[in-house]
Write a protein that binds this ligand. Structure first.
Ligand code: NDP
Length: 451
């Protein structure tokens, strides 16, 4: 039995709780690429699958820092360097109490195929810590970031591994991390992406993932012969970087995003969400969404605990298109049924793996246009690669230039995925299309490199 098969057996038996999400991601890819493995023996002969599901290396380290009350705090930090066949390891850092090795392996594995799909020269990695930035002062976040980088700097570099942001890691955290890296190494180089614009960040990096998901969806709807998003009601989950910019782009193209969520509740504003207020609450005040209804009493706030267990309020709102942009497994089969019954025709994953396998099966069997994360949210890493290019050539690109390039990349990714699905006999299945196209690009590079 191969390593991949063995891992899937463990997953199916319910073993290895921590690695559950990693095996979930792996299983989807293994099923999708079966036609490719059947049609080309080289992949089996070279044991590509077994080699791909094991990270090149994982660093795990202690992070010690002092809080504002002079108490010493201890967290765990990680960096998973998964695969660098197509380029240096590239993938975000997540700061959230739920972070463990299994979650980072799942995210790193997805990142390999996502980065491959962009057609850019970047490998896959991921990292982070169980540190929770919520409720911490700026000074505490800075102390933590400095301590984290004291260890992380040993493993990264502009030609080795270039981390970026993810949940809990935005421009503030990247700024502190970059500052500490510079202090330790005396080197001013493009070792992180998502940096503030004033010291090497790319314009449009904050917007890239959310905007990119909408560009992808527009192209997918065009290919599938559906009406565009203009004038249509859309639901969005999350209220972080990806969600806010998906909402922004939806509004720019004339769609009507009516929802957002955070870990405590959902806002439903049927006239369309007030993005200015949302940005003020989430980016400036770091407040709960509950505050939204103080300014807009006609909107509804639905706390998580007030909604029947097993379903999520946001996916019970009638919509034309849905955009899960918060976190993994936030949309289950009950939610999928609610969306389908309410007339939703398109689901695009802005977050990583937000839909459960059962939900995805429901979407595919009901012919819902389903854009999987590794294709639909690849705009973020694409603009991260643009940031690396700008840093390497000491240049700055304008907002429109980056936006135009992003749009082209997202349309290319979408077309590549759709054509691959067609070539392998699963037309309209963007999950299989994305997995096959991404896998093929990495696998061909691995074969060319030898063992
Ligand atoms: P942020 O930290 O900016 O925002 C995350 C949002 O999701 C917050 O509103 C948060 O609510 C909510 N959330 C987090 N965990 C949970 C949970 N367990 N249950 C319910 N809600 C939750 O992260 P991003 O917007 O950057 O990332 C969102 C998703 O997009 C993630 O899956 C990430 O991996 C993916 N992604 C991000 C990219 C990027 O460029 N940033 C690139 C590609 C993918 P609260 O504030 O209450 O915790």
């Amino acid at each position: 039995m191969g390593i991949a098969e063995d891992r899937i057996k463990q997953y199916e038996k319910g073993n290895c709780e921590q690695d559950k999400v990693f095996y979930q991601a792996m299983e989807e890819v293994i099923y999708s690429i079966a036609p490719l493995l059947e049609s080309d023996e080289r992949y089996k002969q070279n044991s590509i699958l077994d080699r791909l599901v094991v990270p090149d290396r994982i660093f795990k380290f202690k992070v010690v820092w002092m809080d504002d009350n002079q108490n010493i705090q201890v967290n765990t930090g990680y960096r998973v360097q998964f695969n660098n066949s197509l380029g240096p390891y590239k993938g975000g850092l997540r700061f959230h109490p739920s972070v463990n090795e299994g979650i980072l392996k799942f995210l790193g594995f997805e990142q390999i195929l996502k980065n491959a799909l962009t057609g850019l020269p970047i490998g896959g990695g991921k990292g982070g810590s169980d540190f929770d930035p919520k409720g911490k002062s700026d000074f505490e976040v800075m102390k933590f970031c400095s301590a984290f980088m004291t260890e992380l700097h040993k493993y990264i570099g502009p030609r080795i591994d270039i981390p970026a942001g993810d949940i809990g890691v935005g421009a503030r955290e990247i700024g502190y991390l970059f500052g500490e890296y510079k202090k330790i190494t005396s080197s001013y180089e493009g070792v992180l992406t998502g940096k503030p614009f004033m010291f090497g960040g790319s314009l449009m990096r904050p917007e890239a993932t959310g905007y990119g998901t909408v560009y992808f969806t527009e192209k997918m709807l065009e290919i599938e012969g559906k009406e565009s998003l203009e004038g249509k009601v859309c639901t969005v989950s999350g209220a972080g970087n990806v969600a806010l910019h998906a909402i922004e782009k939806l509004q720019q193209i004339g769609a009507i995003p009516v929802s957002c969520t955070d870990s405590r509740g959902t806002i439903y504003d049927s006239r369309g969400v007030d993005l200015c207020l949302l940005k003020e609450l989430k980016l400036e005040k770091r407040a709960s969404l509950k505050e939204y209804v103080k300014a807009h009493p006609e909107a509804k706030y639905i706390p998580v605990e007030d909604y029947p267990e097993g379903a999520h309020a946001v996916w019970d709102i009638p919509c034309y298109a849905a955009f899960p942009c918060a976190t993994q497994n936030e949309l289950n089969d009950i939610d999928a049924q609610n969306l389908i019954v309410n007339g939703c025709i398109s689901v695009s994953e802005g977050a990583n793996m937000p839909s459960t396998p059962k939900a995805i099966n429901d979407f595919l069997s009901h012919k819902i246009c389903f854009a999987p994360a590794k294709a639909a949210n690849s705009g973020g890493v694409a603009v991260s690669e643009f940031e690396m290019s700008q840093n390497a050539s000491m240049s700055k690109w304008g907002f429109e230039e980056v936006d135009d390039k992003l749009k082209v990349i997202m349309q290319q990714v979408c077309t590549r995925v759709a054509l691959t699905a067609k070539d392998y006999g699963v037309e309209g299945n963007y999950v299989d299309g994305a997995n096959i196209a991404g896998f093929k690009r990495v696998a061909d590079a691995m074969i060319a490199e030898g063992i």
